[in-house]
Design a protein around this ligand. Structure first.
Ligand code: B3K
Ligand code: ZN
Length: 845
């Protein structure tokens, strides 16, 4: 496994002025004729990428067939003797087998529909090509198949009689190529851009699914409006197509003018999708649409720059959701995900910088660090240069780099040029891995408050030395009577240790720090429970309010794990929250949710304690039961008050009420034997409440009948059956979780080659912390078995799911021994893919 290094980047010696493809689709043998117009820019060989399974039939330059001496195929590389100067056309003819493509990379079949996935390096499995993002060309594509719908990128040129011609005038890298062909139905709409271009919009689904595509279409229209209004970005073709397919390795793909989506992120109806599904659909439709500017018009020079498009596009979709729904709730949800996935990544063997400098398999770097931390870094940049500076810099970015394959250096340069700020220290956020720990202490004397901060970042693989970074720390001061005496101020920390002072204060204030989670750091500060409870009720910053409650809950759980009983401050604070009828229900629901078992394990491990998954599980259960006993009446009142009687809408208001209602039910469920959950399951008319109730019934240990009923009712709806596969291992008692997963895996309808089904079952188990980390190692064995089985079929999915092992070293010696054996068994398997091999190799180290 030879890694690719950022420092090895060399420009391609040829320009590609046009790409013409002529594709004849057939399930087992599709033929692809390609004509590539090259013109030489520098000396060097003509090197193309070519997938192993591509059957190369013919190569010609300017019509003259190449003989065996003029080219060489070596692994995934094709070297061709090319003219020493000038322009020429390279033609190739290949045959590929879409029906044998179970890795879902390149051209494949999903439920009878031909489709493609080319990012990052899938195009080489379709035709020999310079498969790198800095080689961009306009595409002209002819598709031939006796199928009703034939789609590719760009604008349609002609269609009929089983032939369709497409032209995409915008030069694009190969990873943005797509084609789709099959029996599909469109749910259509229309959008007129600010400058008056009429754009036809289609969401393509399988016949019968049309009634579940409206929300995706509405979300697309909202995204187009928002990007014009907030970023001044218009769409640039006459047509925008979205296609839903059932077999898809990730969420969705931003191919130019032809986004391809996992059907999970398109199809929704109140009876089959939850509020969370709707919110995700809206967010991902927006994300892929926003890529049209941040990713497609301006793309990445090489894959090391992935965060250039992903971090920025995540940041944009987060802003969008904040505008469509509640900004406070969205921020808290994003921080929860960041901590659960990215902080975890940063603390383990898979830690890497937002811009990595080496990889073996690029698909292993579509990570929480590149995406979510990449977005946090942009949030910090915006905070540091201000909203106006940010707008100026983005304007300059679009002007200066439209049509480019750009780098992080280009990105930082527009901020420097637009604002005059030196960002050399800030750049460490891109190049250095790890989560900084910031400690804060206070000193109070005669109306004078000093805040002292110290930052340090633990070493990460390959990076021992961590110089200080720029950290924007947003703080506010609150007087003891609850008034805000100093509104949010951003302190810029640049040194390893630094202090900031506030004068003229009448009384010692309570410090609200890291407001809005102004930097992706861990804030370490001593605070007693009373002060945390004070902030939970008085802080004006909703994130900081929630955070105070979260810390209180964490500390309560940690104390219980040391054998203490839960303190009154936390339990009383919950009582106050429940009584607050004016608060936003979605916000309250987040405050009622206890920290996850995984989160507690992480905190313990950081503090040098070996986490005991069973003890953590027991403590969390005990705390929930205690809260339910203490506040039964208040919880019942909330449960009754939050019932929604209006017809179902997936908006922020209704979904907030449902989430608070379910949060109250989750607590009541501990003491009512599952009675209320069963009643809700029977009467609810929407999937949010039905799936929520079903999960709680499983927890209560009485769900067999409900599970059968649910399966019968939805047996034809794949996405709902995925939920059925996920909920059971997720909510099973820890000592039964592995057995439940084994039992489900043996079923006929465990169609494991479908990524959604595989992720549902395997991901359900690995998200059950104490279940997956069963002391006897059966959870690890189960995962290892399935990773090996999946690796032979779909390496990307196997590699992605293997990250469940990433924190194995934090547990006790017996568990470590079991995990080590499972990891070694994977490593010693013959024919391990590059994907899984790299992941397990890094995890095992
Ligand atoms: N750019 C794609 C992800 C491609 C993943 C390749 N393994 C979707 C997105 O981030 O928008
Ligand atoms: Zn993206």
């Amino acid at each position: 496994q030879v890694p690719t290094q950022l420092s090895d980047y060399r420009p391609y010696p040829f320009a590609l002025t046009e790409t013409r493809l002529d594709v004849t689709l057939a399930a087992e043998a599709s033929s692809i004729l390609a004509e590539l117009d090259f013109s030489r820019r520098a000396p060097g060989a003509l090197v193309l990428d070519i997938g192993k399974a591509v059957d190369l039939r013919r190569l010609a330059i300017d019509g003259a067939e190449l003989d065996a001496a003029q080219w060489r195929r070596d692994g995934e590389i094709l070297r061709i003797d090319a003219p020493a100067e000038g322009s020429f056309t390279l033609s190739s003819e290949v045959v590929v087998n879409p029906s044998a493509n179970t890795a879902f990379e390149g051209l494949y079949l999903s439920g009878g529909i031909f489709c493609t996935q080319c990012e990052a390096e899938g195009f080489r499995h379709i035709t020999p090509y310079p498969d790198r993002p800095d080689v961009m060309a306009p595409f002209r594509v002819t598709l031939r198949a006796d199928l009703p719908v034939l789609l590719s990128n760009g604008n349609p040129v002609s269609a009929g009689d089983g032939v369709a011609v497409w032209h995409d005038p915008w030069p694009k890298p190969a990873y943005l190529f797509a084609l789709v062909a099959g029996d599909l139905r469109a749910v259509s709409g229309q959008f007129t851009t600010a400058s008056g271009r009429d754009v036809a919009l289609n969401v393509w689904v399988r016949p019968g699914d049309e009634s579940r595509a409206d929300y995706a279409l509405e979300s697309l229209i909202r995204s187009m409006e928002w990007d014009e209004k907030v970023y001044g970005r218009e769409y640039d073709l006459d047509l925008f197509n979205i296609v839903a397919v059932d077999d898809f390795n990730m969420g969705a793909m931003e191919n130019k003018g032809l986004n391809i989506f996992n059907s999970k992120l398109v199809l929704a109806s109140p009876d089959t999708a939850t509020d969370a599904d709707y919110e995700r659909i809206e967010g991902v439709i927006a994300h892929e649409y926003f890529h049209n500017w941040t990713g497609n018009r301006i793309t990445c020079r090489d894959w090391f720059q992935l965060c250039l498009k992903e971090g920025l596009t995540v940041f944009r979709d987060q802003q969008f959701t904040a505008d469509m729904r509640s900004a406070a709730v969205k921020r808290i949800e994003d921080v929860l995900t960041l901590r659960a996935r990215q902080f975890r990544e940063d603390q383990g063997p898979l830690a890497h910088p937002v811009r990595p400098d080496s990889y073996v398999e690029i698909n292993n770097f579509y990570t929480a660090t590149v995406y979510e931390k990449g977005a946090e870094v942009i949030g910090m940049l915006k905070l540091l240069v201000g909203d106006e500076g940010y707008d100026k810099a983005l304007g300059l970015y679009f002007d200066r780099h439209d049509g480019d394959a750009a780098t992080i250096e280009d990105w930082l340069k527009v901020f420097e040029d637009a604002t005059g700020r030196d960002l050399s220290q800030f750049k460490r956020w891109y190049t250095d891995a790890g989560t900084p720990v910031v400690t804060m202490t206070e000193d109070w004397q005669d109306g004078h408050l000093t805040l002292r901060f110290a930052q340090s970042t633990p070493p990460t693989p390959g990076q021992d030395d961590k110089p200080p970074r720029v950290i924007p720390i947003a703080v506010g001061l609150i007087s003891p009577n609850g008034d805000e005496v100093v509104p949010t101020t951003v302190l810029e920390m640049t040194e390893a240790e630094q202090e900031f002072s506030f004068d003229g204060l009448a009384a010692r204030p309570v410090v609200s720090a890291l407001r809005g989670f102004s930097a992706p750091v861990m804030l370490d500060r001593q605070m007693d429970a009373t002060t945390r409870a004070f902030l939970l009720s008085h802080d004006t910053d909703p994130f900081a309010r929630w955070e105070a409650g979260r810390q209180l809950a964490r500390e309560t759980l940690l104390a219980m794990l040391r054998g203490e009983s839960p303190g009154a401050e936390y339990l009383d604070a919950i009582g106050q929250l429940l009584a607050d009828e004016a608060a936003d229900p979605a916000f309250l629901a987040l405050c009622l949710r206890l920290p996850s078992e995984e989160e507690i394990a992480t905190v313990q491990a950081q503090g040098g304690t070996t986490p005991d998954p069973d003890a953590i599980h027991a403590a969390r259960e005990a705390l929930a039961t205690e809260i339910a006993r203490r506040h039964e009446a208040a919880l019942e009142a909330v449960y009754a008050r939050m019932e929604v009687s209006a017809p179902y809408r997936p908006d922020a208001d209704q979904s907030g009420r449902r989430s608070l209602r379910l949060a109250a039910l989750a607590l009541l469920n501990r003491i009512d034997g599952g009675r209320r959950a069963a009643a809700l399951f029977a009467e609810a008319g929407n999937m949010t409440e039905r799936a929520g109730a079903l999960g709680l019934m499983i927890q209560a240990g009485d769900a067999q009948q409900a599970l059968s009923e649910f399966h019968r009712e939805f047996s034809g709806v794949r996405l709902v059956i995925d939920k059925w596969f996920m909920l059971q291992p997720l909510h099973a008692e820890p000592d039964q979780a592995v057995a439940v997963a084994q039992h489900l895996a043996a079923r006929d309808d465990f169609d494991w080659k479908n990524p959604n089904r595989f992720r549902a079952l395997i991901g359900g188990l690995t998200a059950n912390h104490a279940g997956f980390h069963a002391a006897d190692g059966t959870g690890y064995d189960f995962l290892a078995d399935w990773l090996l089985k999946m690796d032979a079929v779909n390496p990307q999915i196997a590699a992605r799911m293997s990250a469940a092992f990433e924190s194995w070293t934090r547990y006790d010696a017996d568990r470590r021994k079991h995990a080590e054996a499972a990891l070694d068994r994977i490593l010693s398997a013959p024919a391990l893919s590059r994907n899984l091999g790299e992941m397990i190799g890094r995890i095992r180290n």
